[in-house]
Structures are given as structure tokens and as C-alpha cells.
Write a protein that binds this ligand. Sequence first.
Ligand SMILES: Nc1ncnc2c1ncn2[C@@H]1O[C@H](COP(=O)(O)OP(=O)(O)O)[C@@H](O)[C@H]1O
Ligand SMILES: [Mg+2]
Length: 397
Amino acid sequence: MAQPPGDDGESLHPGLAEPRTKEDWFGYVFYDPPPRPLLPSYEVYLAMSDAERRRLNRSRNRYHSALVLAWTPAVQHFEIEIMELLAANEMAPPGARLGLLIDGPPTVGKSTLVKMIARKFEQELREDFPERFAPERLGSYVPVVYISLTDQVTPKQISLAIARYLNVPTSGTKDTIDDRVLTALTASGSQLIIFDDLHFLDCSLKEGRASNDHIKFLANHAPCTIIGTGVDLENSPLLSEGGPTGPRTRPARTRIPVPAGAGPRTQTAGRFSRQELAAFTLDSDDSILQWVGVIRSLERSLALYRHEEESLTRRHWRYLHERTDGSIAGLHALIRRSAVRAVQQGAEAITREIMDSIVLSYAHERAYSKVTELKSRQTATEAKKRDRKRPAAGGSA
Ligand SMILES: Nc1ncnc2c1ncn2[C@@H]1O[C@H](COP(=O)(O)OP(=O)(O)O)[C@@H](O)[C@H]1O
Ligand SMILES: [Mg+2]
């Protein structure tokens, strides 16, 4: 991609900000994270001048700060689902296209996953149909539309966001903009629309139906496959109009399915399937293997001199789960931070001590303190039991 004048290209990182226009998205599709720096031998490294070492460590930090994204079983699963939907919808008649909602708590990797998959989808299209991306058609073919919703979005704002993304005029009434957006989506050959953070759709009792109708309108009229992500979508009016007290009064993040008859199914409920994405658990051999697999792929990418191979994967997998509550965001952050600290302090290895010294997000630290409290209570109870069993006389063992 062309770099702005005067930029070394290294300070750009399209992956850092959510794409808001097709140009941002193209930047993301072409962006490669910083490469693994070539490490000279440890002896050479130690003998470097301060400035040389600082430069090398700066590039190691950049590399570690991006680390790798893991093609986890969840990513693979949704890749198959989304690619299948795209194939099944490509020439389907209007109104009959099925979409997918990925529903899960924060920090399980929903946004990252849809972007990884959409990026791969577009990269493969670029390989298979280079003529569609020829320079003279620059920007006119836009297979992926990625819209990240923010705070209480109304139907009109969604159309405005798509209009801005596709670079069409945003003036006029909602109907005018809707009309322009549909024309632009068709003209751009858009196949995939992603709505990230659909829980920001204004689903208050007043706006809920309008939001719902609008998504249905897009699903019916845009010749695209719509994929949405969000938190607690099950209870959102996208899928159910809720009971007499309305959906907003339901407890957040409940996983209990809405019983049949709890509220009329909505227009969108008939058009979208809903699948959950949860944090990693350790409750079966299979789920342990999945967690360990992710740790392995992150650990393998470390550029440290004295890190013991597979020590996180083999020895610390349970600790890493306790620290992060099984969240990929927590794991990624902990390993990134520890790698930077290991370089900074010269330890050159991610050890338990280094990981202990990192303070993660408030939510992860809270969850971890509950685990440690529980463990110390269990230890105390076991010690009491042992004391009771021990004969009273005879002094200490
Ligand atoms: N597949 C992945 N591999 C490695 N790290 C990931 C992956 N998915 C998510 N992450 C980490 O988790 C962070 C939060 O993920 P995100 O997709 O924003 O979660 P959500 O959208 O569910 O809140 C990312 O910034 C990244 O650091
Ligand atoms: Mg997200």
C-alpha cells in the first residue's frame, strides 16, 4: 500500500484502529504485522553497544506487541460457517439469504475473528479475480463492508456508516441515504457486510422495532451476507421482542435460551442463525487441548534468548487459564506484556515470576483473585481436616 509522504511505513498499523472506510479496510487487508527480527547470537547481543541493543529491542517490542493471531478452533469453525454462508448466498434470490450472529461476552475474540476471516476471504478473491482489483477499477470493487457500531446506533446512523464506508454522499433523508446505500452495495459487488458490536444497536423499546426492521431491510435488499457480532444478542430485540417488561430489564449476559412464547419472534430472528463464542474452559480433554494449542502458537512466536521451549505450554497452561479466565484477550495481553518485560529486564524468558508481576485488566484480576481466594480457603480447610485427624498427644510431626 502507498505510504503517506514522510512516513517510514513502520509506524502505521491499520490493525490498531477499526476500519471506517473501504480505504481503511484495504489497508487492513494488505497490512502485515511487524516481522520477527533476526536475532544475532546471545554473545553478540550482549556485546552490542547500548544504541544497537536499544534498536534491536525496539523492533523486538514492536514484534511482540503485535504477536501472532492464533487461528484457534473457534476461528476455524466460524471460517467454515461464514465461507459456507457466502457460497450458499451468492446467487440466492432476494429475501432468502441467511445471516449469522456471533454472540459472546467481551474479550473472547469476536471482532478479531470476523476481521481475520473477512481479510482472508478478500485476499483469496484478490488472488482468484485479479481483474476485479485492477488499478483502473481501484476502489470500485468492495467485497467486504466492515461496520463497527458505537454507542446506541439508530437505523439512520447505520446507513450513514455504510455510506461513509463506500464513499457515497451522506446528505438527505434516511430514505434517500438507504436508497443510495443499496445502489452502492450492488455496484460495489459487496458480498459480505459485517456489523461488529451489534449490541450497540438502539434496541430501546421505542427504537427496537425500527432497528430490527432496518436490519431486516438490509438483509432483504442488499445482495450480501450479513454477519453480526455482539454481547448478549440472544436477549436483544433482534432475536426476540421480549416479554411484557421488555428486553432491557433482563439480566445481562444470561445464557438461558429465551423460552418459546416468551416474546414474538422478530423479523430478523427468521433471517439469522445465532451461535455462541465463549471463553476457553478446561472442563474436558478436548477443551484443554484447545487452550494448550493456543498457548503453543503464541509461545512459539516469541523472540527471546533464554526462554525455555514450551514452558508455558507444558507447565503454565493451568496458571494462564486462571490468570486470564480463559479469555484470549487476557492471554494475548499477558504474553505480550511479559515478553516486553523479559526483554526490558534482561531475563530473556517468560517465567512465572514475570507473569506474576504483570497487572492485567480489572476484570481478569478480579476473576483471578477469586480463584486464589478459593484455593487458599480449600488449603485451609484441608489443613484443618488433617489437624483434626491427627492424634492429640505426641507434639508436632
Ligand atoms: N485469534 C486470536 N489470536 C490471538 N489473540 C487474539 C485472538 N482473538 C482475539 N485476540 C486478542 O484479544 C483481544 C480482544 O479481542 P476482540 O476480538 O476485540 O474481542 P471481542 O470482540 O470478543 O471483545 C485482541 O485485541 C487480541 O489481543
Ligand atoms: Mg469486539
